[in-house]
Design a binder for this molecule. Structure first.
Ligand SMILES: [Zn+2]
Ligand SMILES: [Zn+2]
Length: 389
């Protein structure tokens, strides 16, 4: 009697999943990173006053002080009120009294945010974005895996809009870009005062950044998100008037590059495309992003079962890209991946940088041509010639 065949999913043991995950993520390094610990003001009183040794004296008993009007409410209700404050407001509230400090420290939503995304809080603080996002909003993004643009898995946070996004949408969707206040003034006829009072003004952290092309930024830049700028322009001028702000042909005193950038800003959609933009032809007026990666960072995902996902890149896809560059990828595989009129390099580059949650990774590797190639190699006892990648 024949042994029952193994169901296909059982092949992908945790060990094999690890082996199929790219160990190095060269292409994903051009974002905000390595910022150090939480500043003292954002740490809880427990975190700030952690005993230096087991024999340290116990902390002093809390002095009695009031929570003000919040004390009239049941605890669930004042938790709901506090969740809609931003972390900076919570910090200020915590400084008003000992009781307020204990209340903020014990707020479940804030505890979850501090525990799972402390580096995000540091980045929001350093880029002056903290006051723009309620802690409930941060927690919602932590618990929702979808890219706000294509609805696939999003492994990054765009700080000014507090949206989860994927690497490819950061590159392809011009609504997610950042630009200078000067460009917004010229492109959308908004004043500095309008921007400063109505929009989050993002302060960059000097360093090297890039989504596809890396660049060094030694100075701090004040930037605005393009979609937010366009939405404010429509509010201020009306939709039809906003369209007329872009001349139908390039003005004589404007460079062609700048005109194309402004065209891109006007064409940026205020609503999410809801599809993979890497499968569409590149627009003729395409200009690379001047500030790619400066306002985004890796974002973990906390699923309903309490598991943390950092996102996995597929090693098989990386192998496919190398095979394509070497002319070794079969034509029918290329035509199955790349729609007519689209640059195959762009599609394969996107596969190399795509992140998956643990569950969607299994779905992907089951069908990935590069993974099937790797498994054949390994079954035959060979190593992948691109293993060093
Ligand atoms: Zn996306
Ligand atoms: Zn793959």
């Amino acid at each position: 009697m024949e042994a029952p065949t193994t169901p296909p999913d059982d092949r992908f043991t945790p060990e094999l999943v690890e082996r199929l995950t790219c160990p190095k993520e060269y292409n994903l390094k051009g974002m905000i990173r390595e910022l150090g610990p939480l500043p003292p003001a954002l740490a809880t009183s427990t975190e700030q006053h952690r005993p230096a040794s087991p024999i340290s004296p116990p902390p002093s008993p809390p002095c009695l002080s009031s929570l003000g009007d919040l004390e009239c409410l049941p605890v669930e209700l004042w938790h709901m009120v506090l969740e809609f404050l931003d972390a900076q407001a919570l910090v200020r509230l915590a400084q008003t009294s000992h009781a307020a400090r204990l209340a903020v420290d014990a707020l479940p939503v804030y505890c979850e945010v501090r525990k799972h995304m402390p580096d995000v809080l540091v980045a929001l603080s350093r880029t002056r974005m903290l006051r723009h996002h309620a802690v409930a909003q941060l927690r919602a993004v932590l618990r929702d895996s979808r890219c706000a643009s294509c609805f696939g898995y999003g492994g990054f946070l765009l700080l000014p809009t507090c949206e989860r996004v994927c690497f490819d949408c950061l590159h392809e969707n011009r609504a997610l870009r950042m630009t200078t206040l000067g460009n917004v003034r010229e492109c959308f006829r908004l004043t500095t005062k309008q921007m400063e009072t109505r929009l989050p003004v993002f302060y960059t952290i000097p360093g090297s950044y890039g989504v596809r092309w890396h660049k060094h930024y030694p100075n701090v830049h004040r930037l605005i998100n393009v979609r937010q700028a366009k939405a404010l322009a429509i509010t201020m001028h009306g939709e039809e008037q906003t369209k007329k702000l872009l001349a139908p042909t390039k003005p004589g005193n404007m460079s062609i590059r700048k005109y194309h950038i402004f065209q891109g800003f006007h064409e940026a959609s205020l609503t999410p495309p809801g599809k993979d933009l890497t499968l569409l032809p590149t627009p003729l007026n395409w200009v690379e992003d001047d500030f790619g990666g400066v306002a985004s960072m890796r974002m973990p995902y906390l699923d309903a079962r309490g598991r943390m996902h950092r996102g996995r890149c597929c090693r098989g896809c990386r192998r496919m890209k190398r095979m394509f560059s070497d002319g070794q990828l079969p034509d029918d595989t290329v035509s199955g991946l790349v729609p007519d009129g689209v640059d195959p390099n762009a599609v394969l580059d996107a596969l190399v940088t795509r992140l998956y949650s643990d569950d969607s990774f299994i779905d992907h590797v089951r069908d990935c041509f590069g993974v099937q190639q790797l498994l054949s190699f390994w079954d035959e006892g060979h190593e992948d010639e691109y293993q060093s990648d």
